[in-house]
Design a protein around this ligand. Structure first.
Ligand code: CA
Length: 232
């Protein structure tokens, strides 16, 4: 039994899926549009998302990209519902990071089997539900709380996202441009200087853990590979 979000604009199909998923013991959230789907995914953290590719507002591929870009939703597996002839390879390959797909029209039984396989593979706590420790730093993702030496920090939503983005890519350099995309969003009207300003402020707030965020001159930033020996 899992919480499953269905993003599908065909009402008949939405109803069929809703009925059958509930019959199978799942909790179902439904969205008829992409934006609504993204909002429900962020708010309710389903264990699986069924995503139609042809939606009236955003395309399913855009929805999938947005899900995978957001640290709050990127761990949620996505099963794509696609009509024949849509670009399945692009969808399921690296580009979008979907787990699996079914081609319409599909049998509900087949779909339920695929769902079980994915849920079995991803069962147990999602990584973002476990407290994450790094040296003096402790992050509770679900609760959006960050502690340094058990002292809680007051981070803005943006600083929290920036910290998680760096932490998730530990020991890999993040260019200012990629941080802009991932933390602020591609459309944001900010410059790379904004990144520097926010990293500086984040470091200050992190206090003794601020050293974990390293500057890579001329490139960007990197979260340290391992905390210093004296800091454990
Ligand atoms: Ca559709």
């Amino acid at each position: 039994m899992a919480r499953i979000l269905v993003v599908e604009d065909e009402r008949d199909l939405q109803r069929v899926l809703d009925f059958n998923l509930r019959q199978a013991g799942h909790e179902v959230l439904s969205a008829l549009r992409g934006e609504e789907g993204l909002r429900l995914a962020r708010e309710h953290r389903p264990q699986l998302i069924l995503l139609d590719l042809m939606l009236p507002d955003l395309s399913g591929t855009e929805v999938c990209k947005a899900l995978k870009r957001d640290t709050k939703t990127q761990a949620i597996p996505v099963l794509v519902l696609t009509a024949k002839g849509e670009e399945i390879d692009r969808v399921v390959g690296f580009e979008l990071g979907a787990e699996d797909y079914v081609v319409k029209p599909f049998s509900v039984r087949e779909l339920l089997l695929r769902i079980d396989v994915i849920l079995r593979r991803t069962s147990g706590a999602l990584p973002d539900q476990l407290p994450q420790r790094f040296g003096r730093l402790r992050v509770l993702r679900d609760a959006h709380r960050v502690f340094v030496d058990e002292r809680e920090l007051e981070l803005t939503a943006l600083e929290f996202r920036l910290l998680l983005t760096l932490l998730d890519r530990k020991n890999r350099v993040q260019s200012r441009a990629s941080l802009l995309d991932d933390v602020w969003g591609i459309d944001a009207e900010v410059t790379t200087r904004t990144v520097d300003t926010h990293v500086k402020r984040l470091r200050e707030k992190l206090g003794p853990a601020g050293d974990y965020v390293e500057t890579v001159r001329g490139v960007g930033y990197r979260f340290a590979d391992a905390p210093g020996e004296d800091e454990r």
